[in-house]
Design a protein around this ligand. Structure first.
Ligand code: GDP
Ligand code: MG
Length: 237
């Protein structure tokens, strides 16, 4: 793909405004502040196509950018504590409605995780959701420039235990600052835009997922809005 020609396509905050799917979509998911907008801008060679915000979690919208035969979908971040219950519900409805829309040609999700920290409960829920719903995905560890090599090794060893099915998941270490990993991400986008189906996990990949997931109490305060209902991972029969 020619990564010079990306354009803003549309933005919506309600499912009723969600555009009909007429292209392959590649979505970007992750916590607020994980570096989603920065990464998208870097991949798409634009300084401020996806806005980089110092006020995470402010607006709950899904933004589409178009490039050749692909829509890049910037999903609203989760895990930002200072949002109202209403906003969290809205987040759950919107992101859940998008991901559960069987009509869409969602061919890949880049799931972003800050390389410096253990994945949050919401990150793990998100990954379980992707696995259980057989949505192909790749994990991108962001902000790699912020870690020394020894710390990086340490975190990568940690992720192998913290992330379900880690040995079956493709992951990329990236930095929007140094550009590390960006060409690898573009190579994956190119493959997917050409119709390759290589990032699917087998349907039974997550059979041992209970080891990784604590069922939340119904009244437990969720920090990320997964309480909206849609994104609760499937419980095993
Ligand atoms: N050092 C460093 N900072 C980054 C990187 N990516 C994002 N940031 C910073 O992290 C903050 C949040 O980034 P943003 O892209 O808005 O995150 P989003 O909320 O996930 O879209 C901003 O201050 C960015 O400048 C990175 O790769 N390296
Ligand atoms: Mg952003």
């Amino acid at each position: 793909m020619n990564y010079q020609n990306a354009q803003f396509y549309t933005s919506f905050g309600r499912l009723s405004q969600m555009p009909k799917s007429d292209r392959t979509e590649i979505a970007f998911a992750g916590r607020s502040n994980v570096g989603k907008s920065s990464l998208l801008n870097k991949i798409l060679n634009r300084k401020a196509l996806a806005r980089v915000s110092s006020m995470p979690g402010k607006t709950v919208t899904i933004n589409f950018f178009s490039l050749e035969n692909i829509y890049f979908v910037d999903l609203p971040g989760y895990g930002y504590a200072k949002v109202s219950k209403r906003e969290k519900e809205k987040w759950g409805e919107l992101i859940g409605g998008y991901l559960n829309d069987g009509e869409r040609q969602l061919e890949l999700v880049f799931q972003l995780i800050d390389i410096r920290h253990e994945p949050s409960k919401e990150d793990i829920m998100m990954i379980n959701f992707l696995i259980d719903n057989e949505i192909p995905f790749v994990i991108v560890f962001t902000k790699a420039d912020k870690l020394k090599p020894s710390k990086r090794e340490e975190r990568m060893a940690g992720f192998a235990n913290e992330i379900p099915c880690f040995d079956q998941i493709t992951s990329i270490v990236a930095s929007a600052q140094t550009g590390e990993g960006i060409e690898d991400i573009r190579a994956i986008i190119d493959e997917v835009s050409e119709g390759a189906e290589i990032y699917h996990l087998p349907p039974d990949a997550n059979d041992d997922y209970e080891d990784f997931y604590d069922e939340p109490e119904d009244d437990e305060e969720q920090s990320g809005g997964f309480s909206g209902g849609y994104l609760r991972p499937n419980t095993k029969p």
